[in-house]
Design a protein around this ligand. Structure first.
Ligand code: PGA
Ligand code: ZN
Length: 403
């Protein structure tokens, strides 16, 4: 069996120019694997703690790396348990989740190589199915809230291609809508500045105008709203300005007035009651067999205990899974398994601060996520496009949808 030969971390910059970490792990068979970590700006109150990048590099290189030398690369659960032994606090406040996660992901890549499996196939194996799928993208074309210097209250205004067969077609259509949106914004005198996730960040008079302009862009690109594309919104309620009235009725009006399919974090993470009330309303608006999504991101922070609490309180029907919110890969997969058991849709997600690592795409494929959020379909945002391109590549490899 292969054993760990070296672990080394260094500081790199993410897409927002902020320091984050990259970890490289090698084994005694000469294999090398690297992973780099994203970081968020609209942090959930219950997220695992992220420590300063330089401090994390020191913890890895001085404390964790020496203790992992000659450690057998047995399996993910054993390696992750060993990693957690360096910081067994519930929210990883001692060393920071980023001290453990980069090593966990790099080891996953080594274990995949050791088993002669592609990363997504390895993840499929350790997460127990149900199959390999290419998720449908949720393209975040308009950026607001903490992700932009504009006046939009909601953080993300997304278009979701549902009327296409292959991922390749979905990406091409998303790029057309993004381009049409740029034309509409400039023709109507708006700025076409780009926000954190590669979408446009104009000043618009209302949040409804944001959704309206997406509908226009879908039409102008030659597609039918509600049929080819539906809409998604991430409110990121904890970052809402006090001027916005987050009420069940206001959100239900959005579902009624727009082809809105997915609504994320409409309320803050402790307001279980409002979530449950909205869920009843959303279910009432959904056609049988085609539920509209009410997505918990900061509500659940990808944490299995919070997810179980949400299930008990009927608060949502979908969970956002971000790589760096809960712990090691094993903990991420545990949360996904719980989502699966309770019929929650799980959506894989990047962060607003990203790197060129596309682990999240393989994780989505291997755990059969229905959707992925990886930002705008903007060629000028390589840290977003690399995630989508990875999905195109695997689709070709598996010939999914090309039959
Ligand atoms: P973050 O935003 O990465 O800045 O936390 C993403 C999200 O809230 O979905
Ligand atoms: Zn969110």
């Amino acid at each position: 069996m292969a054993v760990i030969a070296s672990v080394a971390a260094r500081v790199i910059n993410d897409s927002r120019g902020q320091p984050t970490i990259e970890v490289t792990v090698t084994d005694d068979k000469g294999r090398i694997a690297t992973a780099s970590l994203p970081s968020g700006s609209s942090l959930g109150k219950y997220e695992a703690v992220t420590q300063d990048a330089q401090q994390v590099v020191n913890s890895i290189n001085k404390v964790i790396a020496p203790a992992l030398l000659r450690q057998p690369l047995t399996d993910q659960a054993t390696i992750d348990a060993k990693l957690r032994s360096f910081d067994d606090t519930a929210n990883h406040e001692k060393l920071g989740v980023n001290s453990l996660l980069g090593i966990s992901l790099a080891c996953a890549r080594l274990l995949a190589q050791d088993h002669n499996l592609s990363l997504y196939h390895y993840i499929f194996t350790i997460s127990g199915g149900p199959g390999l799928t290419i998720p449908t993208p949720m393209f975040n074309l308009l950026n607001g809230g903490k992700h932009a210097e504009n006046n939009l209250d909601f953080q993300e205004y997304m278009v979701i291609p549902i009327g296409f067969k292959t991922f390749h077609e979905k990406l091409a259509a998303g790029k057309k809508v993004f381009s049409a949106l740029g034309t509409i914004l400039s023709e109507t005198g708006h700025i076409t500045k780009i926000g954190a996730e590669g979408g446009y960040a104009p000043h618009l008079s209302t949040n409804e105008e944001g959704l309206g302009v997406l509908v226009q862009a879908i039409q102008s690109a030659g597609y039918e709203p509600g049929k080819d594309f539906v809409l998604g919104v991430d409110v990121a309620a904890s970052a809402l300005p006090p001027t916005y009235s987050a009420t069940v009725d206001n959100y239900l009006a959005l579902y009624r007035n727009f082809p809105l399919f997915s609504l994320e974090d409409p309320f803050v993470e402790d307001d279980w009651e409002s979530w449950a009330k909205l869920k009843v309303g959303v279910d009432g608006l959904s056609e049988p067999g085609n539920p509209r999504l009410l997505v918990g991101d900061d509500l659940f922070v990808g944490n299995k205990d919070r997810l179980l609490e949400g299930v008990k309180k009927f608060s949502a029907n979908a969970v956002l899974i971000k790589i760096n919110q809960a712990g090691t890969l094993t903990e991420i997969i545990e949360a996904i398994k719980i989502a699966r058991e309770h019929n929650y849709v799980h959506i894989l997600s990047h962060r607003s601060g990203e790197t060129l690592d596309s682990f999240v795409s393989d994780l989505a494929i291997g755990t059969a996520a229905a959707f992925i959020k990886a930002g705008s379909a903007n060629e000028q945002a390589p840290e977003r496009i690399v995630k989508y391109e990875r999905l195109v590549e695997v689709e070709e490899e598996l010939n999914i949808g090309h039959i």
